[in-house]
Design a protein around this ligand. Structure first.
Ligand SMILES: Nc1ncnc2c1ncn2[C@@H]1O[C@H](COP(=O)(O)OP(=O)(O)OP(=O)(O)O)[C@@H](O)[C@H]1O
Length: 116
């Protein structure tokens, strides 16, 4: 019973890692987020932060990664539906991209407030 549950959780985790690796290989923006994440963590290491500042930084980084990964999922489903010009696909992709922009602006503001 417990082993079935553990193997289920491990399989779900393996699928998530596989999705993350695929997204990192194929999405240029995620490579930029990876670079920005390394930069933010290095700055935090050089410029000692309070515990609560690390918490806020971790939330900001997680928010941007989650938004970009969901944007990638939306784009992938949209491309599966059609690659022909389509008004609803354009809207879905634009709104999904706007979520990334919103998360990135919030993360940038948090970075400025913490590091300056
Ligand atoms: N099938 C489509 N019909 C209409 N507009 C589309 C379509 N596919 C893409 N677009 C438009 O092109 C934009 C970029 O879409 P694309 O799928 O190329 O994303 P991308 O360049 O990989 O985006 P991101 O940089 O967020 O990963 C969309 O936001 C949308 O405005």
């Amino acid at each position: 019973m417990v082993w079935t549950w553990i193997s289920h959780v491990l399989r779900a985790f393996q699928a998530a890692i596989s999705g993350l690796v695929w997204a990192l290989r194929t999405q240029r923006n995620l490579k930029i987020h990876l670079l920005a994440t390394c930069l933010a963590l290095s700055l935090g290491w050089l410029h000692p932060l309070e515990n609560w500042e690390w918490c806020v930084l971790a939330l900001a980084i997680g928010l941007v990664w989650a938004a970009e990964l969901l944007n990638t999922a939306v784009e992938t489903v949209c491309d599966r539906i059609t690659r022909e010009p389509d008004e609803m696909i354009r809207r879905a992709k634009d709104v999904s991209a706007a979520a990334v922009v919103a998360a990135s602006i919030a993360a940038l503001a948090i970075g400025i407030l913490i590091f300056t």
